[in-house]
Design a protein around this ligand. Structure first.
Ligand SMILES: *Cc1c(COP(=O)(O)O)cnc(C)c1O
Length: 380
């Protein structure tokens, strides 16, 4: 079974194999694995251990997004949060529920964040101390220019928090060049091709020192987790998802063997194969080609009375491929993840299976003709 969802992803057999044993979280061997993983994450972010720390938090990515906002934005503090889509909306909600004020900046569903609009919004409102960005907006598939936006924030004296959960390890990120970025959030189970259960925040040490007492939650206090890491022979603060961490150690080895650029090239090839393949099937991708990022592709639902997302998902699963049975766009789409331990050959087979699954549920290009079942784009 190949997972074609934008995380958790299909993993290499060697990564899965690392989970097939029991781990004692505070055993010295595991402490070493834990430190190696944190060091490996720091290396992926191109951050020096002099200036930055990689902190692990058990759980899903949203827990770590909340932890970053709570830790770095004080209660009542205000952050500018461009409304790039479903994942930006989640960030805004969890900031608001945590008592921080997320000020939205409107962004079209099929547009990149405009650097000038960000600069103008920050200039207009000096109470906005932070800028919160989603690097790869999983809702739409668009990737935003985080390095450029972080430079703008820096020039205006603002701090930046990045939800890089679906981008980290594939899209370019060099924290040594982005001093305004206080925190980058990631998980084990997306482009690092590990298993779910471990989230991380790569954060500046000076910002962590300055943030003590902000969080209003001991569980989600990154400043406290950071203080804990400073102890000699430090291990995890509370019980970590130890098998997931052990599997991530293997995944990071494979990652460093492949290299970021090669991984991005593989995902880009997966995306292109899918984008071209569904177009050949007569379907219409949600984004124009120049806006389509390499992580997730949304495809407009065929305009057929026979279309039913769950039936399509079931038919495709019977052929060996798992898709999300929900979508995050305003118009009905299905979404396909291009990330995970597989390449374009497998994506080509997946596209063939999609054609088969469409036939299985009674949608064909033949007979009545493609135009009836696969009309032109629903968006301009
Ligand atoms: C996957 C993802 C998250 C985290 O999702 P969880 O289900 O909480 O792990 C956050 N932001 C983006 C952009 C994502 O793609």
């Amino acid at each position: 079974m190949l997972l074609l969802i934008p995380g958790p992803v299909t993993t290499d057999a060697r990564v899965k194999a690392a989970m097939a044993q029991d781990y004692a979280p505070w055993d010295n061997d595991f402490r070493e694995t834990y430190r190696q993983v944190c060091d490996g994450v720091l290396r992926v972010a191109q951050a020096s251990s002099d200036t930055h720390a990689a902190l692990a938090l058990p759980g899903c990515g949203h827990f770590a997004v909340e932890a970053a906002i709570r830790t770095f934005v004080p209660t009542g503090g205000r952050l500018l949060a461009p409304s790039t889509g479903a994942y930006a909306a989640r960030l805004q909600k969890l900031a608001g529920d945590a008592g921080r004020v997320a000020v939205p900046l409107p962004v079209g569903a099929t547009e990149r964040v405009d650097p000038q609009a960000v600069a103008a919004a920050l200039e207009r409102d000096p109470t906005l101390t932070h800028l919160a960005l989603v690097y790869s907006e999983t809702g739409s598939g668009i990737c935003h220019d985080v390095p450029e936006l972080a430079r703008i924030a820096h020039a205006l004296g603002r701090r930046v928090i990045v939800d890089a959960v679906s981008a980290f390890g594939a899209l370019p990120l060099d924290l040594s060049l982005l001093p305004a970025v206080d925190a980058v959030v990631l998980t084990a189970n997306k482009c690092l091709e590990g298993l779910p259960g471990a989230a991380f925040v790569v954060a500046r040490r000076d910002a962590l020192d300055a943030a003590r007492g902000n969080a209003g939650s001991w569980s989600l206090d990154l400043a406290d987790i950071y203080q804990h890491t400073l102890a000699p022979n430090a291990g995890p603060r509370f019980t970590p998802p130890a098998p997931t961490i052990a599997a991530l150690a293997v995944a990071l080895e494979l990652y460093h063997q492949e290299g970021r650029e090669a991984r991005l090239a593989r995902y880009t090839a997966n995306m292109r194969t899918l984008y071209d393949g569904v177009s050949e099937l007569g379907l219409t991708p949600y984004l124009p080609r120049d806006l389509q990022g390499p992580i997730v592709v949304n495809v407009h639902a065929p305009d057929s009375p026979n279309w039913h997302l769950q039936l399509f998902v079931d038919a495709l699963k019977a052929r060996g491929y798992v898709l999300s049975n929900f979508f995050n766009t305003e118009q009905p789409t299905f979404r396909v993840g291009c990330i995970g331990a597989f390449g374009a050959d497998q994506m080509r087979l997946a596209v063939d299976a999609m054609g088969g699954a469409l036939r299985d549920i009674g949608i064909t290009r033949e007979g009545a003709g493609a135009a009836r079942f696969f009309p032109q784009p629903l968006i301009a």
